[in-house]
Every structure is written in C-alpha cells, then in structure tokens.
Design a protein around this ligand. Structure first.
Ligand code: PLP
Length: 483
C-alpha cells in the first residue's frame, strides 16, 4: 500500500495537475490582461454610471458556476464579475457615493495589494519579512506623527475600524487590570452617538456586564465634558470604578467632534483610559487648518484611524495607535515554541506581538504605495476639498429652504425638508431620499437622531468633487420646488 513504489506511481499521476497551478508566462499575461481590461473599463465608465442599482443581481448565475472541479471558462468568469459582482447594489468607488462614510479605492492601492499578494511577503514577524515590517511600522509612526503622538508610540494596522476599536478596548481592559470579578463595577463612558462597533467590542472583550454610561451631549451632538465629570464623581461615590472613556473624533451619524482636550483633562484627573475613535475624522489632521479642532487627541491612550475611509485605500484597512506600545505587547505579545527562531526585536516590533493576528495580510503596501506614488500634499488637498464641499453644501441647502443639523465640524451634514403644508416630514424625506437614489448621480443615506429622520451628506470619497454636490442640490431643488 504505502510502498515507495506506490508513492512514486501516485506522485507521477498528480504532479502534472499540481504543477499546472503555476501559470505559464503566457497564461499570466492573458489572465492579467483580462483583469486589467475589466478594471480599465470599470474605471473609465465610473463617472457616467449610476451610483446605486436596485437590481438584486442574479445569484443563480453565481450558484450555477459554483466552485468548479475543473477550470472554468475565463470569459464567463469575467462576465460574472462585471455583471453580478460589480453590478448590483452600491458602487462605492464612485465619486457620487456621499452616503454612510464613503470609502476609497485609489488605483495604486490595488497595485500595492497586488505586490503584497504576488510576493506573499510575511508581515507578521520581523525575522521573516523585515522589509514588510519596516513598511508597516513606518506607516504607523507616520500616522502617530499626524495625530501628534510622541516618537515611541506605535500600534497595529488592522482590517478596519471595528477591529482596531476591539484591540484597543482589550488593551484598556488589561492595562487597567479589570479582572472578571470587577467587571460589574468598572464603568465605561461614551455617548449615544458612539459607533456601535464599540458596543460590540465591549461585549467581545468580556465586558458585557460593565456599566456603560451614556454621557449627555450638547446641541451639536458632542459629549458634554462637565456632565462627564459629574457622572464620574457620582459613580465613584456610588462605589463604582470608572475606567474607560471613549470619545469620537468625528461621529459617523453627524460628523460631530467631541471636545477632545476637555475630555482629556477629565480622563487624566480621573485616571480613565482615554480612547478616541477617530476612524472617520482623524486623518483630517493632515489639513493644517483642521488641526486646532482636534487638539487634545494627542493626550489619548489609544486612537483608531481608518485608512479605508480618509486615506482612500480599498476596504480592509484600519489602524490602532497606542501611546505606550508596551501595553499592546502586554495584551498580545504571546509566543509559541515553533516561533523560537524568530527573535523579538524591540526596536522594530513585530506586528504579531502587538495584535491578535499572526499570519496576516501585508496590508501596509496598499497604503504605502499610493502615498509614494502621489505624495501627501494631494491627500491634504483632497481632504480640505471634502470639508469645503460639505460647508458649501450646508450653505446652499439652507438657501433652498431646508432645515439643517449642526454646522459641520468635518465633512458630514444633516438636512431635512419640513413641508410647509403640514405633510409628515419623516415620510416626505424618506421619499425624497428615494428620488435622490433614483436620479443615480449620487448616493445618500439617512439616520434617525432623537426620533427625527435626517438625510446625510458625507463627503469623503477622493473622487467626489463639486459637480456631485451640485447634482445633489439640483435634485433637492427639483423635488421640493412644488412644496
Ligand atoms: C467606520 C467607523 C467605524 C467602524 O469601522 P469599520 O472600518 O467599518 O470597521 C468605527 N467608528 C467610526 C467613528 C467610524 O466612522
């Protein structure tokens, strides 16, 4: 059965198919041409294409193809990519994506992924991929510099903001030694506008039983620092143990900036771990004129950024920055015997020692390559442009007679039409949103705050320019002219 002869015989049978996994140069070129051909067509048609398609997509076609035992027909595969994968739903690469928090998809970022995938460089430990680790740590140190962190700060690149927040909250829990028996009295402070991934993270981190106190906000949906201080004091008096404060540097709903400096003061005085979720807004610190409104962020113990939002890379890129990386290491720096050949390099830490991931996407390149190709100045200009566009929209929409939310701190604005004839406003705005999507040039989303339905404009896609804002205003004027 397992004679050497039978092994050799079977080897001879399987080796041909196994070797065919390595494409020949000609096959490589053909495959690459098809894929880049699709990408060119998609990108060249993007400006004219509707941002939203409510065609449900033919799932059956994908199912029929299934996962084939033998090579599928490449034309059929690429046709399915174009029609069924890139067709239905929201087109997030479009400059008309002004909903949720828009993403990126800068072309050089895809090519960074391409290099990362072709080389499959291992970015987990320095020993195996020193260049990969240098790139990731270089990016993290650059981001630390952007937010005003000291030189020794570091962090980890993650798949997104949710993971980065989770890693931060586990670090805070461990750094403040919140043991299981103390969870019930260890208080966490946030607001009703804190991103829901923070609540998920609290549960995943084993803190589901911790008291979560929602601090009151001012009229601009910013955390009220005085109310926080009073709440902490009351909690201490009641025998509780305040431990974690989560501020938002740009809430997703309304784009509001919590008063970071005032909150830092409370956190320091009360010895709270101060975490700032800046997944949406943090990168606006690249714009000189925006730095003042974020003052105090550098006093945080941990900060989350989301390069797949404001640094325009494709989905799958978040970042956690920590003022004292030794605390990250304390939570995640666990090694196994089989990694004994890889020495721990303290001056150039390995990502695997600062995060729950071991084998991970070399996600640094997708951020590093576009920054090299374009230079930071273009990013600064693009981010400033988004703020200006939002401010322009905020003025113009009021001139059209719309009610608006708070003056935008960053690049999100809320607005709604209140029909003078007394028809139900929420119902009207729901229909108005439908008309905006039907128009196809822009995609907007809505939210409900304090029971009121608002439509949101969130400008962050690098492809969003003035023509798209004009398109929104044109639809709004058309749809409300007779009301
Ligand atoms: C987008 C966002 C998140 C979640 O990040 P993901 O990258 O979607 O996981 C968290 N907080 C804020 C403020 C966000 O805008």
């Amino acid at each position: 059965m397992n004679s050497e002869e039978s092994i050799l015989a079977r080897l001879a049978e399987v080796e041909g198919a196994s070797r065919a996994l390595e494409e020949s140069p000609a096959q490589r070129r053909a495959l690459t041409e098809r894929v880049t051909g699709f990408a060119d067509q998609m990108l060249d048609g993007l400006a004219e294409r509707a941002v939203w398609s409510d065609e449900p997509g033919a799932r059956d076609e994908l199912l029929t193809l299934g996962i084939p035992e033998q090579p599928a027909d490449l034309d059929q595969v690429m046709d399915l990519v174009a029609r069924e994968i890139d067709g239905p739903g929201l087109q997030p690469a479009s400059g008309g994506h002004l909903g949720y928090i828009a993403g990126g998809g800068i072309y050089a970022s895809a090519l960074g992924d391409y290099i990362a995938a072709v080389t499959n460089r291992y970015s987990g430990v320095h020993y195996a991929g020193p260049g990969a680790v240098h790139v990731e740590n270089l990016l993290l140190r650059w981001l630390c510099g952007v937010v005003g962190y000291p030189a020794e700060a570091l962090g980890t690149l993650t798949s997104g903001g949710s993971m980065a927040n989770l890693i931060a909250i586990v670090t805070a829990r461990d750094a403040r030694a919140v043991r299981a028996v103390e969870v019930e009295r260890s208080v966490i402070y946030l607001t009703a506008q804190t991103h829901h991934c923070v609540l998920k993270a609290i549960t995943i981190a084993g803190l589901a039983e911790a008291p979560v106190h929602f601090v009151p906000m001012d009229a601009n949906y910013r955390m009220d620092a005085r109310a926080l201080a009073q709440q902490v004091e009351a909690d201490r008096a009641a025998g509780l143990r305040p431990f974690l404060l989560v501020a938002s540097a740009g809430t997703t709903d309304a784009g509001a900036l919590d008063p970071l400096d005032e909150l830092a003061q409370v956190a320091e005085r009360e010895d709270l771990w101060y975490h700032v979720d800046a997944a949406y807004g943090g990168v606006f610190m690249l714009v000189e004129s925006m730095r003042a409104c974020m003052r105090g962020i550098e006093r945080a113990d941990s900060i989350v950024l989301d390069p797949h939002k404001g640094l325009f890379v494709a989905y799958g890129s978040g970042a956690l920055l920590v003022r004292d990386p030794a605390l990250l290491r304390a939570s995640y720096g666990l090694r196994a015997a089989y990694l004994q050949d890889a020495p721990d390099t303290l001056d150039e830490p390995s990502p695997a020692d600062l995060s729950p991931e071991l084998t991970r996407h070399f996600r640094g390149l997708r951020l590093w390559l576009p920054l090299q190709v374009h230079g930071v100045a273009r990013y600064r200009a693009a981010l400033e442009e988004k703020v200006l566009l939002c401010n322009l929209f905020y003025r113009r929409v009021q001139e059209l007679g719309f009610e608006v939310g708070p003056k935008p701190d960053l690049s999100v604005a809320l607005f709604r039409w209140v029909p003078p004839d007394g028809t139900d406003a929420d119902e009207f705005n729901r229909r108005l949103l439908g008309a905006i999507l039907d128009d196809g040039r822009v995609f907007l989303s809505s939210t409900t705050i304090d029971g009121v339905f608002w439509i949101r404009v969130a400008v962050l896609c690098f492809r969003s320019h003035r023509d798209r804002i004009d398109a929104v205003l044109e639809v709004l004027e058309r749809e409300t002219r007779s009301h």
